[in-house]
Design a protein around this ligand. Sequence first.
Ligand code: COD
Ligand code: ATP
Length: 200
Amino acid sequence: MLKVGLTGGIGSGKSAVSSALSSYGAVVIDADAIAREVVEPGTPGLAEVVAEFGEGVLTPEGRLDRPRLGEIVFADEARLAGLNAIVHPRVAERSGQLMEEALASDAKVVVYDVPLLVENGLESLYDVVVVVDTPDEVRVERVSRDRGMPREQVRARIDAQADRRTRLASADLVVDNSGTREELAERVAELWRDLLERAG
Ligand SMILES: CC(C)(COP(=O)(O)OP(=O)(O)OC[C@H]1O[C@@H](n2cnc3c(N)ncnc32)[C@H](O)[C@@H]1O)[C@@H](O)C(=O)NCCC(=O)NCCS
Ligand SMILES: Nc1ncnc2c1ncn2[C@@H]1O[C@H](COP(=O)(O)OP(=O)(O)OP(=O)(O)O)[C@@H](O)[C@H]1O
């Protein structure tokens, strides 16, 4: 079983790449999805977030108000560090469990889709680090267009992440997603062949 760490900054196209890899037969573990699960209503994670940030980060229904918390933490490094200290250990634990389950399956390739692989120094956990590389301006365009996130919010998240050079320095393989979706699909098909070869 080949362990692949798939990373890239906000809006780079990791989800697009991981869903294509999943359709080819890879097991995909999604860090963003786990980061949501660990702060669902009733979890100790959400209780800690409220203790740290106050009731103001809850919606009237008692769920985490994610855009609100995003505005707070991406404007203030210390507050972001406070949130990361609550969420990241829980994500690491749960993703470790899911990785163990994947290793026990007969899949040839398992992909951990994680935006902060380089930031959190996780390179050594994977046989192959794949970086999805997309210019900052293109990412701002795509995320504001498709998710309605204000451009300044996308930029603030880009600023909170590793820069392009740092991320590329950790890459074993790079997928360029500056072009069309069709071009990306071709590159992922090539990537899959490469990963299968490495899986042996
Ligand atoms: C601040 C929160 C509530 C905002 O939620 P929102 O729904 O708007 O964004 P979502 O979680 O879908 O993240 C979208 C993208 O933002 C970027 N991002 C998220 N968290 C971080 C972070 N701590 N540092 C840098 N970039 C981040 C990533 O590129 C991510 O793919 C949320 O991002 C969060 O809880 N972040 C801390 C946990 C974390 O680091 N998650 C990333 C994977 S472990
Ligand atoms: N080649 C492309 N051309 C046009 N739009 C694209 C392309 N690739 C991805 N997108 C769109 O850009 C947005 C960002 O892509 P995606 O969600 O896959 O990125 P991501 O790296 O998973 O982002 P995040 O870190 O925020 O979770 C999505 O709305 C996606 O549909």
